[in-house]
Design a protein around this ligand. Structure first.
Ligand code: UDX
Length: 431
């Protein structure tokens, strides 16, 4: 079976590499970026993802995977074409399907045999139906084409592990033919396969992401109340977690969720519900709580000082979560903007996110790859991402190196007792 994959971002590339890794002999990843393709052929991943490059090199050497910009040769004789291009947010919150439509057009013009087109990108409910109609209408050759929805649930940073050991594979199909093909594709993974119709599969993806986003926003909301009434959100989360119906994951309060999925997918589903004349109140609440949460600490800090103007402010952790170099929708961004607008001299630290941060803030802030350097002489420090080296940092250094040991921790990295014993002015979330 030949499997072509459109798009080599987190979803496309990881899916392609993992399909090759479980033994598919003919996987080809397509991207429009020539340089990216050349680099991938030499084993260099365009994204930072644990374990990915090893598998890229191994499977390229085994001749099970190839990379190309030549979509015609990739699609024309493929049995399965997986679409894994971006569906970014439009200014009104709706999902932009332009990239999906561009691939659909190429598919319609090139395929020469019966093909199952699988949408892995997160798309509004009804998109598979729409794209199927579009491709059929624009087909150049007399072949059978059908669409299937197969949403992806991998998390950045653990994408390879999440794909090879997924909790489930969701397959949304409208025929036995499509179901059989996808069961064959995924059987080597030995994971539970949930088969639904296409609309339900599309909805499973949004509902899953929005539920997780809501879970985080709920904990952030409760955390804010904990601060007012003198409770500790970590103890509260622990006490809740023993109930199997609640579980112990995604209960961590903090400075808000970011990344390429939760912010986009909450807004997209909210938009879609409004468009259909229904108000999804829970998802709306998740979005609102998250927006407010992101600037919670800088607002709190501004009440404790006269002004940010001219202050050296250290910002530790820039990526939207640890183990990724991705800054999309990272809470660090609005926080740094807030600080710059108020005249602070921001020194930003991150173990691997500096390059991407420079693309956003250019020379408006300073950058360092050392926590020591970031906090040296600083008057305030904000923690935005719980990188291991930040969590394990020698706390006495905050006291010794900072001009004023005033620390705002958006990820609850440290114990309250430790900070109290060291005499550090310490503010965290919900405790
Ligand atoms: C998410 C989903 O987990 C994944 O299933 C989906 O396919 C894509 O979106 P990802 O964006 O990679 O994955 O990151 P995730 O680990 O889910 O974290 C998202 C954000 O939530 C981060 O900013 C993280 O800091 C925050 N978060 C997560 C919390 O604030 N508290 C938590 O308890 C968990």
């Amino acid at each position: 079976m030949k499997i072509a994959i459109a798009g080599t971002g987190y979803v496309g590339l990881v899916t392609g590499v993992c399909l090759a890794e479980v033994g598919n002999p003919n996987v080809v990843c397509v991207d429009i970026d020539e340089r990216k393709i050349e680099r991938m052929k030499s084993g260099i991943s365009p994204i930072y993802e644990d374990g990915l490059e090893e598998l890229m090199i191994k499977n390229y050497e085994l001749d099970r995977i190839d990379y190309t910009t030549d979509y015609k040769s990739a699609y024309k004789d493929a049995d399965v074409i997986m679409i894994a291009v971006g569906t970014p947010e439009r200014s009104d919150g709706s999902a932009n399907l332009d990239y999906i439509k561009a691939v659909a057009k190429q598919v319609a013009q090139t395929i020469t045999k019966d093909t199952l087109v699988v949408i892995k990108s997160t798309v509004p409910i009804g998109t598979n139906d729409e794209i199927e109609k579009y491709i059929r209408k624009n087909l150049v050759n007399d072949v059978k084409v059908e669409l299937a929805s197969n949403p992806e649930f991998l998390s950045q940073g653990t994408a390879v592990k999440d794909t090879l050991h997924a909790s489930r594979i969701v397959v949304g199909v409208e025929s036995e033919w499509a179901k059989d093909i996808l069961e064959k594709v995924y059987s080597p993974f030995n994971q539970p396969i949930v088969v639904t119709n296409r609309n339900s599969a599309e909805m499973i993806k949004y509902a899953s992401n929005d539920f997780l986003a809501l879970k985080i926003s709920f904990m952030n909301d409760i955390a804010n109340l904990c601060e007012i009434v003198g409770a500790n959100i970590e103890d509260v989360a622990k006490g809740m977690s023993y109930d199997d119906r609640i579980g112990d994951k995604f209960l961590k309060a903090g400075i808000g969720y970011g990344g390429s999925c939760f912010p986009k997918d909450t807004k997209a589903l909210h938009w879609l519900s409004n468009y259909n004349g229904y108000e999804l109140k829970t998802v709306k609440a998740a979005i609102e709580v998250n927006e407010a949460q992101k600037l919670k600490l800088v607002r709190q800090a501004s009440k404790l000082i006269d002004s940010f103007n001219g202050l050296k402010v250290a910002v530790l952790g820039l990526t939207f979560k640890p183990e990724t170099d991705d800054l999309r929708e990272a809470p660090s961004i609005p926080n740094i903007k807030y600080l710059i607008e108020r005249g602070a001299n921001v020194v930003a630290y991150d173990p691997i996110g500096i390059e991407n941060t420079k693309k956003i803030f250019k020379d408006t802030i300073s950058y360092t790859e050392s926590i020591d350097e970031a906090i040296e002489g600083a008057e305030i420090c904000f923690i935005m991402t719980e990188w291991k080296d930040i969590v394990n940092y020698d706390l006495s250094k905050y006291k010794n190196k900072m001009k004023r040991a005033l620390l705002f921790d958006g990820r609850n990295c440290y114990r309250l007792d430790d900070m109290k014993n060291l005499g550090i002015e310490y503010y965290s979330i919900g405790r």
